[in-house]
Ligand binder design. Structure first.
Ligand code: CMP
Length: 140
């Protein structure tokens, strides 16, 4: 059993539609535990740095504008194989390709407004968690 932590964002399309509780329920029902969580308004600088790997992509500007358009909820999730488990619960980036029952299939509006972000590796999870949370804010 590998207990892990992963980083999650409930995105502006979800806070705007007031469906953040539904997202949390799906994460918890999937076996993950919320060990840190806060509602923030991301700054443009934070969004540009957080998504810096996509800086050269055509969707970068739109992605940043979307992420700062409404509040988001940043989270640390804990559980067995949490990185991979969270990716299963979220479903494919594009909701059209996501499996039924996943967050993105059931709730996402489009590939851009896709309701949740989750780390894609244990290494990136550590970086992303420390981008938004201090150790003291994570209570397992
Ligand atoms: P996320 O997991 O947060 O990581 C990068 C985000 O870019 C991704 O989810 C998508 O919401 C967003 N995005 C917007 N347009 C595209 C696109 N055409 N292809 C891939 N990702 C996109």
């Amino acid at each position: 059993m590998t207990m892990e932590r992963t980083f999650s964002i409930i995105k502006p399309d979800a806070t705007k539609r007031n469906i953040t509780g539904k997202v949390v329920s799906m994460l918890e029902d999937g076996g993950l535990r919320v060990v840190a969580q806060k509602r923030i308004r991301m700054t443009k600088e934070q969004a540009e740095e957080f998504y810096g790997i996509h800086r050269d992509k055509p969707f970068f500007g739109g992605l940043v504008e979307f992420m700062i358009s409404e509040p988001v909820i940043v989270q640390v999730l804990e559980g067995e194989n949490a990185v991979e488990r969270n990716r299963e619960i979220m479903g494919a980036t594009n909701p059209d390709n996501a499996v039924a029952g996943t967050i993105r299939k059931e709730l996402a509006l489009s590939i851009g407004e896709n309701t949740v972000h989750g780390s894609d590796s244990v290494e990136n999870a550590k970086t992303e968690i420390s981008f938004f949370f201090s150790d003291m804010e994570i209570v397992g």
